[in-house]
Design a protein. Structure first.
Lengths: 142, 419
């Protein structure tokens, strides 16, 4: 996915969140995003790929793809056994997956999530879990 | 302090008035996400009545000093209140003597005390500790530590598919190597009430000792350690509407007498010299340092409050709410209740096809309904019941049928979003 498509997707996401009126609609949308997340091969769900600190099980792997200019882009595959977490993963992948490592390191995840209003609508334990995932993505891009 | 209404004390023939009881718990008026709080996590920790808050506040305001030390009036007052709290716990558990009640920091601390000072001190290599597989980690790990230190072995006692204590399997495990049996009075996940009196009789028949985790059990039914004939019985304050940081271990006096100290420090000694120190008699031997003075008084206030309402009456009320919630949840397609033993206490653990417990708990929270999701500190039991986690709703004296309905409606609504 090229950068302009990605930015368009993120701006759509922000717009949609802006339309959602109450918590139930917001969660329904997050759950829906989770249902659209591509499946992760069961073989990849191991202790090594598990992300600690989440309220449910989360696995995440990254692999590099070189573009025509020879720049490395990080493609991220992740999954969870919980629907809400899967939806949060889908949002994080929209934000991060496919970008170069330099871009990933520069992204202000906190700022983006607060633009969506997610910082206010998630419980502290979920927020911690979300930032455990962000930390893992940053580690993959290190 | 005189303006507060009197707590909801009941006469013997009066019906249980849950609305009056709820007024004694200020936190129940809280709103969460703009909705009235429906607190269904009392098995993790119960809310506190005004009687407990005022007892603790009053102690700090009018009668506080360190105990067992002073020759001055205030310390004597504090000491007599602290020791009166011990007498309240003795009466509550039906112990023969007040010296059999050791104050601890909670249920976990109580069980660790028994493990360290009895099991670790007296078990030998090859001795067996039988632990029920439905136990909370607090009644598993201390025995594993004692086993690792002594060469003893921990063996799980099975539960049945419905979550009841498997007595015939237990009886088949009893042999000359068994020295200790550890079991909860009531499972924090399944709600099952374990047949402690029968387990104790079988345990004693082979000369072994029995330790009971009463953290849930003592909250929901009358306990009499002499009638049950148990050797150790652990309770915690915060699940019985008392403060955190306080619990108690009942120990049979002859066992406490032979046990070495748990922690070293002030109050637990008889004499100290650099050559040799000698230990105080129980229970002081096990209460090193300044104790949880005000918390002990809060615990006694909580027990007085429970007794003023009548624990049998509370139990009957909780069972009514439990039965109502069970019927409503059982009507939801794909929902499976984990723990269906007859006569169970006020806990419902459940799983639903296609919905993770943390999803259900998160969506319930948005409706103001507080439940727990996870393994409930009982991972071996999760494996036994074939689940990785459950959602758990637990009921207390202040729970209502309307709250059971809010739970069931919330679960149905969550499933509509998740499926």
């Amino acid at each position: 996915m090229d950068v302009t498509t990605k930015e368009a997707e993120l701006s759509d996401l922000k717009e949609t969140f802006g339309f959602l009126e109450d918590w139930e609609e917001r969660y329904a949308y997050i759950i829906d995003l989770g249902k659209q997340l591509p499946p992760m091969a069961e073989a990849l769900k191991t202790e090594a790929t598990k992300v600690r600190g989440c309220t449910s099980q989360v696995w995440m792997v990254g692999h590099e793809r070189l573009d025509d200019a020879g720049r490395a882009h990080l493609e991220i595959v992740a999954d969870s056994d919980a629907h809400i977490v899967r939806g949060l993963i889908a949002i994080l992948l929209m934000l991060y997956s496919g970008r170069t490592k330099e871009e990933i390191r520069e992204i202000d995840a906190e700022g983006f999530l607060s633009e969506l209003g997610l910082d206010r609508h998630l419980s502290p334990s979920r927020r911690n879990g979300l930032f455990s995932m962000v930390e893992r993505i940053r580690a993959l891009a290190a | 302090m005189n303006v507060t209404p009197a707590p909801a004390t009941l006469l013997p023939n009066e019906a249980f008035d849950v609305d009056a009881v709820r007024k004694d718990f200020p936190i129940l008026a809280t709103r969460v996400h703009g909705k009235p709080l429906v607190f269904l996590d009392s098995a993790a920790s119960a809310q506190k009545p005004v009687a407990v808050l005022e007892a603790m506040d009053g102690m700090y305001r009018t009668a506080y000093a360190n105990v067992h030390r002073g020759v001055y009036t205030l310390s004597d007052v504090a000491t007599s209140r602290y020791e009166a709290a011990r007498e309240t716990v003795r009466r509550f558990l039906g112990a023969a003597d007040v010296s059999e009640i050791v104050f601890t920091s909670g249920g976990t601390d109580s069980l660790n005390l028994a493990a360290r000072c009895w099991a670790q001190a007296f078990l030998k290599p090859g001795d067996e500790i039988l632990v029920c597989e439905s136990e909370h980690h607090s009644n598993i790990v201390p025995w594993q530590l004692a086993a690792a230190a002594t060469g003893a072995v921990v063996k799980p006692i099975p539960v049945t598919d419905e979550g009841a204590f498997d007595f015939s399997a237990f009886a088949a495990m009893l042999g000359p190597k068994v020295k200790l049996v550890a079991v909860a009075h009531m499972s924090n996940v399944l709600g099952s009430i374990m047949p402690i009196k029968e387990i104790a009789a079988a345990t004693h028949a082979i000369g072994a000792k029995i330790v009971v985790d009463g953290c849930q059990g003592a909250v929901h039914q009358k306990v009499d350690v002499r009638d049950l004939d148990v050797d150790f019985y652990a309770i915690t304050g915060h699940k019985i509407y008392g403060p955190t940081g306080i619990g108690a271990l009942y120990g049979r006096r002859e066992l406490l007498d032979m046990m070495p100290p748990y922690k070293g420090g002030g109050d637990m000694i008889e004499t100290v010299s650099f050559e040799r120190s000698t230990w105080a008699e129980p229970p002081a031997r096990f209460e090193a340092g300044t104790p949880m003075i005000v918390e002990a008084i809060g615990l006694a206030a909580a027990i007085d409050y429970v007794e003023s309402l009548g624990i049998e009456r509370i139990h009957a009320h909780e069972t009514d709410v439990l039965d109502h919630a069970t019927a409503l949840l059982n009507a939801i397609p794909g929902l499976r209740i984990i723990g269906t033993a007859p006569g169970k206490g006020g806990v419902i653990s459940f799983t639903v096809d296609g919905a993770h417990p943390s999803d259900i708990a998160t969506l319930l929270d948005q409706r103001g309904v507080a439940v727990r999701a996870g393994h409930h500190c009982a991972q071996p039991l999760m494996v036994r019941m074939g689940v990785s986690a459950t959602t758990r709703a637990s009921f207390a004296m202040y729970s209502t049928r309307a709250e059971a309905e809010a739970l069931a409606q919330g679960v149905e609504r969550a499933l509509a979003l998740l499926r």
